[in-house]
Design a protein around this ligand. Structure first.
Ligand SMILES: Cc1cc2nc3c(=O)[nH]c(=O)nc-3n(C[C@H](O)[C@H](O)[C@H](O)COP(=O)(O)O)c2cc1C
Length: 355
């Protein structure tokens, strides 16, 4: 299988398959209506920053594609969408261009189309520091995402089978690149032990990439025509739970990005209330661009951001900082999970001072 057809198949199956089957967990998380918001609409500020990079709104178009001539048009459209909406965008893994420099055009199109935007580079954790520097330079990236995807690799017939030494690889990248390093999972989640280990080596943001959204085990199973065990297909940490875990162990200098099945404006608001600096979304952006034209997708997204503001007003939160100190109630399976991990959910539910 050529890289070109693999990239096309990832796009094809990500559009065909449903989210999940495991949930992202947001339905266990509840914000409280504030009938006295003491705010004016004009005061609502959705701006944020990830790894020290200011963002006008708390959403990132997460890594999707690149690396083959046939996906250059997809990257051009995603970059144009990012430009028109002012949204940060990550390119797909640039490993293809490390192996074959002629593939670089399919990534460079993102910078050409969106010359002043925030763009993140992307590579796997086996990358050497020189490759990471090249990936950043290729697109003038403000940060680089390093993805972790052991679940996907072990289903792919051509995938990696050796995951040793990743933490020290990432540490070497952190030391040698001039931009912040963001480590992300692609759908199985990052637990707090690994989040802490990543923070300890100098990573500036953790994108928890949990279950509930695009499922790369399912995509690889569909590509390989494999019948995957149902429990394997549902493997991973639900996104909302992974976000609470990560926030519980990292200092304020490091940001948490919440991704994997973030689907609604309220999911984003809950992600921020948990302590995320931003939410990452991939599959729905692709699906919306497929279902609507570019103008339609931009309109959909503007409404999405508008609804984020509406929920912020109804919670009584001026900004993201306020959301982080608003009570969030965690119920059901998520509460049981987090309690079992010694995380105090009552503190989160009662954190606003009364009177
Ligand atoms: C077609 C497609 C290709 C992707 N390729 C990459 C990639 O190259 N590198 C990466 O870090 N994540 C990649 N992802 C994963 C996304 O960045 C994201 O982590 C995942 O889709 C979960 O988010 P979602 O549920 O909003 O789609 C890809 C996603 C899609 C849909």
């Amino acid at each position: 299988m050529t890289r070109q057809s693999r990239k096309l198949e990832h796009l094809k199956y990500s559009l065909l398959l449903e989210d999940g089957p495991a949930a992202a967990g947001f339905t266990d998380f509840h914000l409280i209506h504030n009938c006295l918001p003491d705010l004016a609409w004009r005061d609502i500020d959705v701006s944020t920053a990830v790894a020290g990079i200011p963002l006008p709104q708390p959403v990132i178009i997460n890594a999707i594609t690149g690396g083959a001539a046939d996906v250059t048009a997809v990257n051009r459209e995603l970059a144009e969408f990012a430009r028109q909406t002012g949204t940060a965008i990550a390119v797909g893994s640039q490993y293809a261009a490390i192996e074959d420099k002629s593939a670089a055009e399919s990534y460079k199109i993102v910078r050409k189309t969106n010359p002043n935007g925030v763009i993140f580079a992307n590579l796997g954790a086996h990358a050497v520091p020189d490759a990471a520097r090249y990936a950043v330079e290729m697109i003038g990236a403000q940060a680089i995402q390093i993805h972790l995807n052991a679940g996907q690799e072990i289903i792919m017939s051509e995938g990696d089978r050796d995951f040793c030494g990743y933490l020290s690889h990432i540490e070497a990248i952190v030391e040698k690149v001039d931009v912040p390093v963001i480590v992300k999972e692609v759908g199985c989640g990052i637990g707090r032990e690994q989040a802490k280990a990543l923070v300890n080596i100098g990573v500036k943001a953790i994108d928890v990439g949990g279950t509930g959204g695009t499922n790369f085990l399912a995509i690889e199973a569909a590509r390989g025509q494999l019948k995957l065990d149902a429990e394997l297909l549902a493997w991973g940490i639900p996104t909302a739970i992974a976000a609470v875990e990560a926030v519980s162990v990292i200092e304020s200098a490091v940001d948490v990005v919440v991704s994997g099945g973030v689907r609604t404006p309220l999911d984003v608001v809950k992600s921020l209330s948990i302590g995320g600096a931003a939410a990452g979304i991939a599959g729905p952006i692709l699906k919306t661009l497929r279902d609507k034209d570019l103008d339609g997708a931009v309109h959909w997204y503007e409404n999405f951001i508008l609804d984020i503001k509406r929920f912020m007003l109804l919670v009584g939160a001026h900004n993201i900082h306020d959301l982080r100190s608003s009570p969030i109630i965690i119920t059901g399976f998520s509460r049981e999970w987090l309690s079992a991990r010694g995380i105090n959910t009552v503190k989160l539910a009662t954190r606003k001072k009364i009177g």
